[in-house]
Design a protein around this ligand. Structure first.
Ligand code: ATP
Length: 301
């Protein structure tokens, strides 16, 4: 019998609010964050096979490992070990999410692989159990499973769904070079030792703005404590952020640990206009338009 492949699609994320607290004894920072899942996605296809193998195509593939350190492979192995299954399968990843771009691309692949393997094996497990495995793989993996808009605390893995009305429109400026998430956190620690960069306050007002569906209300409330550190490591991002605002975006922010810059726009057409101007200004490698919120990892029929 020819094995039947199963494809799962998982979204990118942007942090509408990313408040970074102090370093915990386990080395992680305490976070208060508001995630939104965007229409940019990776597709992960699992096919039962005689050995575990990985095949990656799409944007930025040269920086994606095809060995067991790939987060999708780690997800399959973690689930197989926990439920006594055989992890052997072919994993095909089509990257649409920028690699090392601060948009949780690896986490999306891990979430897709978890859901895909659980479905292939017919595991009778609830979301809570899948979430538990997800959190062992990375702080953003539980959100990649759930999608939509959510408040994340702890390392970002403890989620509370947030109300969101309507659709928000984004233009994304993808950078030429990636940024390592641990390096950005280290830079923030360094900046905080040297001075006292301002910290994002409570996300309450931002959550009301998301619930209102009004991008004009949301724009001035976007906040990211990692932005100063990302700009310190890649000063050219200041030009990118400036160019997006000059092109008519309502607000621009570094996405997570960067270097992708996310611009909130008034509507879908405005997002395309901002993208066209950014592409012409030569301040980024390429641009994408996206909307959110969208669901988390989903089996493609
Ligand atoms: P985050 O926003 O969650 O901090 P990111 O989006 O900045 O992460 P990723 O695209 O997840 O970054 O990649 C970070 C690193 O993880 C890559 O440089 C790569 O070496 C490694 N990696 C492992 N598995 C994957 C995967 N499936 N896709 C992309 N990168 C992966």
């Amino acid at each position: 019998m020819v094995p039947t492949p199963l494809t799962v699609r998982a979204p990118a994320k942007v942090n509408l609010h990313l408040g970074v607290g102090d370093v915990r004894p386990d080395g992680f920072h305490e976070l208060v964050t508001v995630f939104q899942a965007l229409s940019l996605h990776d597709d992960v296809t699992l096919t039962p096979a005689d050995e575990l193998s990985l095949h990656v195509t799409g944007d930025g593939v040269r920086d994606v490992p095809t060995d067991p350190t790939n987060l999708a492979a780690r997800a399959v192995v973690a689930l197989a070990e926990r439920y006594g299954r055989d992890p052997n399968m072919r994993i095909d990843i089509v990257k649409g999410i920028p690699v090392a771009g601060g948009m949780a691309g690896g986490s999306a692949d891990a979430a897709a692989a978890l859901l895909g393997a659980a479905t292939l094996w017919g595991l009778d497990i609830g979301r809570d159990e899948l979430d538990e495995v997800a959190a062992t793989l990375g702080s953003d993996v539980p959100f990649s499973l759930h999608g939509h808009t959510a408040l994340g605390t702890g390392r970002g893995e403890r989620l509370i769904p947030a109300l969101a009305r309507g659709e928000f429109h984004w233009t994304l400026a993808l950078a030429r070079e990636g940024l390592s998430t641990p390096a950005v956190y280290r830079e923030l620690d360094r900046l905080r030792e040297a001075g006292d960069p301002p910290r994002a306050g409570s996300p309450d007002e931002l959550l009301s703005a998301v619930a209102s569906g009004d991008p004009h209300r949301l724009a001035p409330l976007l906040a990211n404590d990692l932005q100063a550190a990302a700009l310190s490591l890649q000063p050219g991002l200041r030009r990118t952020l400036r160019a997006g605002m000059e092109a008519g975006a309502l607000a621009g922010i570094v996405s997570g640990s960067g270097p992708t810059c996310a611009f909130l726009c008034a509507g879908a057409d405005d997002a395309v206009d901002v993208g066209t101007e950014l592409a012409g200004a030569g301040v980024c490698r390429t641009v994408r338009v996206a909307s959110g919120p969208v669901p988390g990892a989903t089996v493609v029929p």
